[in-house]
Design a protein around this ligand. Structure first.
Ligand code: TRP
Ligand code: ZN
Length: 473
């Protein structure tokens, strides 16, 4: 900061001298040079092939601090969210993604900023303008009922009211329902949540419970999620919950919150959490986060589970296989994340294959038998299942069978091709090398070729890039 001021002063002094000599301004004083910012608007979207408006250009979010009071009886939220970000270009305008209720005030640093809203874009005009490298805060106060978001496949996400609270999944585009965000998996950040709910309701967020304080009939839960997290993995799910705490054999704290109506049905899956995390740690490398657990709620209109970071959320009582799937995502999806949504098989194929491995490990069907079954390789060659390309299922089928099942089959076939030693080294290194990062299919192929020492071009073309039921590979 002080060196920038010095450089700026030097540039001004140089300009004064030049002006007095009546010379043209020197090249080093061009806009954009230090002390001569070239302001422009940050991009309104990152151009993801499936969700082009998601995310924004011009800054990198470091932290979200999300504070709200929510009353399930009225469905009203009163929130103040503060984003801390670093400008990556000189900005006279930038966007956030926000689909939430009416904004009553917006400040950039200490200064009220003007803003407009169109669709999911919240367009902010910061004054003073922001320079490359500036760390700045955006504080947004808003109140009302956060919307339920409908996905291209018709499923719902975002802030979903339940009969006793709210169920809050965010993949792929639900996060901006309840907080302003740079909503793309490539911009990870740390989070703190201050959730105030009527006494008796439990609010469960990602990470560690720092404090829980009740006064005047309201309880405030402070949750701290201190490892980098993609926005779609954020949740504060609330309702009546039976809370249980334990630790895994290696000492990772486990926090589970289960709707009392589902405790019996989900007991088997909940009891297995420590063993599943322990088993995956042996094959995928150390568990990437400081805590684990699960949130099991009754949200019948949602109908799917989500790998929310440190605590997957389930909209009904899960079986052990689904629990294993969501816990495997903590490595593949949450810690190692996508760069673009079309690579969703890297999340879903890995989580699905991991659950096959868990099933075999716990004495059930072998991974080979699961591969062979009628939901997998046993499907007829004429089935429409084989007509979707694994690396480009499209936004409507990104959570369809192909990224899950053909993705998992791809990994099992790869294991057969390169052998167990190379395969298990590969999946462990994949988790370690890209821990907390973002990667893609091309990097996976390169990695597999390096670890195995084999040319796998035609293997991956067959399994990932082409339609049709593979016959030889
Ligand atoms: N990623 C989730 C899982 O497999 C599933 C999921 C997230 C989903 N969002 C969705 C499924 C939207 C259907 C529609 O664990
Ligand atoms: Zn999944």
């Amino acid at each position: 900061m002080s060196s920038r001021r010095t450089r700026g002063a030097a540039a001004v002094a140089a300009l004064c001298t030049l002006a007095s000599l009546q010379l043209a301004p020197p090249a080093y004083a061009a806009p954009g040079a230090p002390g001569h910012p070239r302001y422009s608007a940050g991009a309104p979207g990152l151009g993801d092939p499936y969700f082009p408006d998601q995310g924004n250009g011009g800054y990198d979010v470091r932290h979200y601090d999300i504070a709200f009071r929510y009353d399930p009886a009225t469905r009203r939220m009163d929130a103040t969210s503060t984003i801390t970000a670093v400008a990556t270009q000189d900005l006279d305008r930038f966007d956030l993604d926000f689909r939430g209720p009416d904004i009553s005030s917006l400040k950039v640093g200490e200064h009220p900023a003007s803003f407009t809203r169109t669709g999911q874009e919240l367009v902010v005009t910061p004054r003073p303008k922001l320079k490359t490298g500036d760390t700045f805060t955006v504080q947004v106060a808003y109140a009302g009922t956060p919307p339920v978001i409908t996905d291209p496949d018709g499923s719902i996400e975002g802030w979903v009211p339940t009969d006793d609270g709210a169920f809050v999944p965010g993949e792929p585009q639900g996060a901006p329902s309840w907080f302003p965000a740079n909503d793309h998996p490539t911009d990870k950040a740390t989070f703190t949540f201050h959730a105030t709910v009527p006494e008796g309701i439990t609010a469960v967020g990602n990470g560690r419970l720092v404090s829980q304080k009740t006064s005047g009939g309201w309880t405030t839960f402070l949750w701290d999620s201190s490892e980098p997290m993609a926005t779609y993995l954020a949740t504060v799910t609330l309702g009546n919950f039976t809370v249980d705490r334990s630790t895994t054999p290696s000492g990772i704290p486990v926090y589970t919150a289960v709707d009392p109506r589902l405790v019996t049905q989900s007991a088997a899956a909940v009891a297995k959490i420590p063993d599943i995390v322990e088993y995956f740690s042996t094959i995928f490398g150390p568990y990437p986060f400081g805590s684990t657990g699960a949130i099991i709620d009754r949200a019948p209109d949602v109908g799917y589970a989500l790998e929310s970071q440190t605590k997957p959320i389930f909209s009904s009582a899960p079986g052990v296989g689904t629990m294993a799937h969501e816990l495997a995502h903590q490595w593949y999806g949450d810690s190692v994340s996508l760069t673009k949504w079309s690579d969703i098989w890297l999340n879903e194929g890995f989580a699905t294959y991991a659950s096959w491995l868990w099933t075999e490990h716990s004495g059930g069907t072998t991974a080979q038998a699961t591969f062979n079954s009628g939901s997998n390789y046993g499907r007829a060659a004429t089935s429409s299942f084989w007509q979707t390309v694994t690396t480009d299922p499209g936004p409507v089928d990104m959570f369809g069978n192909v990224p899950y099942n053909r993705g998992a089959m791809t990994l099992h076939a790869l294991r057969g091709k390169i052998g167990d030693a190379a395969f298990f080294r590969l999946v462990k290194e994949w988790a370690t090398d890209h821990r907390y990062g973002n990667t893609d299919t091309a990097a996976f192929i390169t990695h597999a070729e390096r670890v195995s020492g084999m040319n796998l071009t035609s293997f991956f073309n067959t399994w990932l890039h082409q339609k049709g039921k593979p016959t030889t590979w």
